[in-house]
Design a protein around this ligand. Structure first.
Ligand SMILES: NC(=O)c1ccc[n+]([C@@H]2O[C@H](COP(=O)([O-])OP(=O)(O)OC[C@H]3O[C@@H](n4cnc5c(N)ncnc54)[C@H](O)[C@@H]3O)[C@@H](O)[C@H]2O)c1
Length: 193
């Protein structure tokens, strides 16, 4: 949660009174992100590698022990490897994308669902690339598509908890559509249609 998007989410939640348990593999970043929150002394942070189920389970356990309960969770940790065609991707780039983006979300979801009571909410990071694909980042696209399938299944299995994922990048697609529509309307008005 020390990511660009994680910081935006945690700042908003903290400004609305939430007490937050942040986690990231990057200690300096998660420490700084925690210190920047409203009421920083109430929050906690843990260095977590989401590729390890032990690391994730211990983080969720210590969060509930210290804060009392878990009402919501946001799973934003993610990686993307350098652009190359599928024919040049290696076993390692495939495994790395899936280890963080997919297994990481699976480990987090599993631990959070066990700890959360009815009425809770979990949001994980997928990507518009996981919906539409994108040349040069096949392992990333596939790992994010898997997050969508995982989320849908978790939502159907746990109807007492809202389980969703977000697909950043769609705003860009919608923005292009809006710009095209606006240009067409402006052209139409100028042409007296
Ligand atoms: N920013 C975008 O345009 C965009 C678009 C589509 C999807 N997303 C997804 O949204 C999420 C957040 O994006 P962002 O731009 O804030 O990313 P970011 O690169 O700023 O942050 C990712 C965070 O994940 C952490 N991380 C990496 N590996 C980890 C691990 N093994 N264990 C724990 N933490 C780990 C990093 O330290 C970092 O703080 C990611 O999952 C990303 O794939 C982002």
């Amino acid at each position: 949660m020390a990511s660009f998007e994680g910081k935006v989410v945690t700042k908003l939640l903290a400004s609305r009174g939430a007490i937050i348990s942040l986690a990231d593999i990057n200690e300096a970043a998660v420490k700084e992100a925690t210190a920047s929150l409203t009421g920083s002394d109430k929050h906690m942070y843990t260095v977590v590698d989401v590729r390890s189920s032990q690391s994730v389970d211990s983080w969720i356990k210590s969060t509930v022990e210290r804060l009392g309960k878990l009402d919501g969770a946001v799973n934003m940790a993610g990686v993307i490897t350098p652009t190359k065609p599928i024919t040049e991707e290696t076993d390692d780039t495939w495994d790395f994308n899936f280890a963080v983006n997919t297994r990481g979300v699976f480990f987090c979801l599993r631990a959070q669902l066990k700890a959360m009571t009815a009425g809770g909410s979990i949001v994980s990071a997928a990507s518009a690339f996981g919906q539409v694909g994108s040349p040069g980042v096949a392992p990333y696209c596939a790992s994010k598509a898997a997050v969508i399938g995982l989320t849908r299944t978790a939502a159907k299995e746990n109807q007492h908890i809202r389980v969703n994922c977000v697909a950043p990048g769609e705003n860009y697609i919608y923005s292009v559509v809006v710009v095209v529509v606006v240009v067409v309307v402006v052209v139409a008005a100028a042409a007296g249609w």
